[in-house]
Design a protein around this ligand. Sequence first.
Ligand SMILES: CC(C)(COP(=O)(O)OP(=O)(O)OC[C@H]1O[C@@H](n2cnc3c(N)ncnc32)[C@H](O)[C@@H]1OP(=O)(O)O)[C@@H](O)C(=O)NCCC(=O)NCCS
Length: 181
Amino acid sequence: MKIHIETERLIIRDLENFDAQGIFDLDSDPEVHEYLGKHPIKTIQEAEEVINFIRNQYLENGIGRWAVIDKKTNDFMGWTGLKYEQKLREDMSYYDLGYRLRKKYWGNGIATETAIESLAYGFDKLNLKKICAAADVNNIASNKVLQKIGLQFIETFDYEGKPHNWYTISKSEWVASKNNR
Ligand SMILES: CC(C)(COP(=O)(O)OP(=O)(O)OC[C@H]1O[C@@H](n2cnc3c(N)ncnc32)[C@H](O)[C@@H]1OP(=O)(O)O)[C@@H](O)C(=O)NCCC(=O)NCCS
């Protein structure tokens, strides 16, 4: 099992097949999917497919979303991290920052904490030049996280019939924002 990041309260590691129940708890919740197209999953088999899909990205792209684990309880909290995104924007491929947590873990700064760690991993370890993110304009929590950690709003674009905010941060912007903290 590959652990990528450890903080005081979290372990951030590769998603594993045994996370199927955790992914099911996460992705079967309609509230979690409110701004994600409103297609929550219904079966454990779908959860297993999600894990296979992400684990394939580790092999094909060298990166994909990672599991977030509560260090104290070993509970599966959700996922976070970077993905090489090739479909969301018609005109470009890019490294996308994202996060999705089980509802019981919302409101404790966990998305912000894992997003900060993901940016550092992308720029320091993967040596990326730019990281991007998109959020439904009505997804206040997600927009807030992206703004808090230093991503710059660029434009609003249409994704599946819904307006989304588009954000980017370059390595030099990230270095400058770190030095200003
Ligand atoms: C988006 C998500 C990951 C945020 O996780 P989280 O750990 O609760 O986020 P954080 O606690 O780090 O930060 C959320 C911020 O938004 C604020 N916030 C959340 N809901 C809000 C609301 N309805 N109105 C105003 N502010 C809100 C919080 O107060 C916090 O800001 P603060 O630190 O200034 O107080 C979580 O809500 C989630 O999993 N949602 C479903 C999946 C999803 O939408 N993922 C993002 C797709 S782009």
